[in-house]
Design a protein around this ligand. Structure first.
Ligand code: GTP
Ligand code: MG
Length: 426
């Protein structure tokens, strides 16, 4: 199945609909992002249409009259594809394609297309393919007449050639099962790796954040990871982990992973379970936010809602406002950054690009990790040398002295390790 197939750049028309409670401003911002996604996927935007509606039309989402208007616009600019910012039901895409006379896809298909282009490892590719097939399955019905299958453009490179519907569906289902099996294996391997890391006692930190916030740039700045950095959305699909030494000499593991976005397709979140488990199991999240963006707050909310979806909302978070070098230059005023820092106590402002603020960040990471562990006082009888050794192995001994009949230790121990020393706590 060819997931990565480059074609000539396509011409597209972008369509957004503001339906209460979504305001026109919000719909406009979302459409702006859709344009960036389309550009990343390899499309040239010919026209952008924003519509206001009270509710979506069941058959065509935008309404029949609007659909006909979109057909005329598309004819004028000779568009290959019309991309809708909202998720279309399978029936809506079919109806729209009939009226438009060309491919109609939604934001989900566009994002899946980008992921397919950017996944490099076998694991990443398998996860993307699974998400695509799950997206495609309900859309197979009656697709014989659909135009997407012939077009083979953006959002439609979802495998398969022209086969009969039933055969096609059975084949897709078989492939889904096979991929699920493969991914189960992968999840097991990842778990084993994580257990090995846990044994190494190195705290794990995962960099999360909106796509294009500068997560990979930050990992490269902190370590010599050499991860691909691009002014493109979803440049990173496959995670990278590197070792990092903090200012105090403590060693930690840092992982850069896939970015998030508003309306991140749930098929992707599901299929990326094995990658995203890494996030939920981290000791600390570095939440990177582009401080120079037009609405950092909205991006933070979108990231947090994905974190909730993957069960990572209770992992401690250190907010890193990035692109300090751009704040007040591209947009807004320099005080914006000050306000962001004030409204988010404990956050730091850095520029991953210039290195500004990185020392402060390293200190903050060390502080936060220390806060997450407790210093306890332990009294260990002299005949329990094994316990003293275990304390040294599992914790960080702050101070140690020898009484008449026991060793007295003050050590920083992670909550999950505390249990084994319970009987010796002073
Ligand atoms: N001026 C400036 N640009 C930055 C900074 N950090 C990152 N960038 C730029 O922002 C763009 C995105 O950076 P990446 O590191 O690829 O962002 P990412 O969060 O990993 O993005 P995805 O992997 O696509 O989700 C690139 O063009 C970087 O050069 C910064 O501190 N200042
Ligand atoms: Mg990246």
């Amino acid at each position: 199945m060819a997931l990565i197939e480059r074609h000539r750049r396509e011409t597209v028309v972008l369509v957004g609909v503001a339906i209460p409670p979504v305001s026109v401003d919000e719909a406009e911002a979302s459409l702006e992002e859709l344009a960036a996604l389309a550009d990343t996927a390899g499309a040239d935007e010919a026209e952008r249409v924003l519509q206001r509606r009270q509710e979506p039309d069941a058959a065509t989402f935008v309404g029949k009259g609007k659909a006909e208007e979109l057909r005329d616009i598309s004819n004028t600019v000779d568009a290959d594809t019309v991309i809708f910012d909202d998720e279309l039901s399978p029936a809506q895409s079919r109806n729209l394609e009939k009226i438009l006379g060309r491919t109609a896809i939604d934001r989900t298909a566009l994002i899946l297309d980008i992921f397919a282009q950017h996944a490099l490892t076998p694991a990443g590719k398998a996860q993307v393919e699974l998400a695509m097939l799950r997206y495609r399955l309900p859309r197979l019905r009656g697709k014989g007449k659909g135009l997407s299958q012939q077009a083979g453009g953006i959002g439609t490179r979802m495998g398969g050639g022209e086969t009969k519907l039933e055969v096609d569906r059975r084949r897709v289902l078989r492939r889904v099962s096979k991929l699920e099996e493969e991914l189960k294996e992968l999840t097991k391997n990842r778990q084993t790796q994580r257990k090995a890391r846990a044994r190494s006692r190195l705290p794990t930190i995962t960099i999360v954040g909106y796509t294009n916030a500068g997560k990979s740039t930050l990992l490269n700045r902190l370590t010599d990871a050499g991860v691909l950095v691009q002014d493109r959305l979803f440049a990173t699909v496959d995670p990278t982990t590197r070792r990092l030494e903090l200012s105090g000499g403590e060693r930690v593991l840092v992982t850069d992973t896939v970015g998030f976005v508003k309306k991140l397709p749930h098929q992707l979140v599901q299929a990326f379970r094995s990658t995203l488990d890494e996030v939920a199991e981290a000791d600390l999240l570095l939440h990177v936010v582009d401080a120079s963006g037009s609405d950092p707050r909205a991006h933070m909310d979108a990231v947090r809602s994905v974190l909730r979806e993957i069960g990572a909302d209770d992992v401690p978070e250190l907010i890193v406002f990035n692109k300090a070098d751009l704040v007040g230059r591209t947009s807004g005023d320099p005080d914006d950054a000050k306000r962001l820092l004030q409204n988010n106590p404990g956050s730091v402002l850095v520029s991953a690009a210039t290195g500004e603020g990185i020392e402060r960040l390293l200190t903050a990471i060390g502080d936060r990790l220390r806060e997450l562990t407790h210093v306890v006082e332990l009294v260990v009888p002299y005949d329990r040398g094994d316990v003293v050794a275990a304390v040294h192995r599992h914790g960080e001994v702050v101070s140690e002295c020898h009484d008449a009949d026991a060793t007295r230790l003050w050590a920083r121990i992670r909550p999950e390790d505390l249990g084994r020393f319970r009987g010796f706590v002073a």
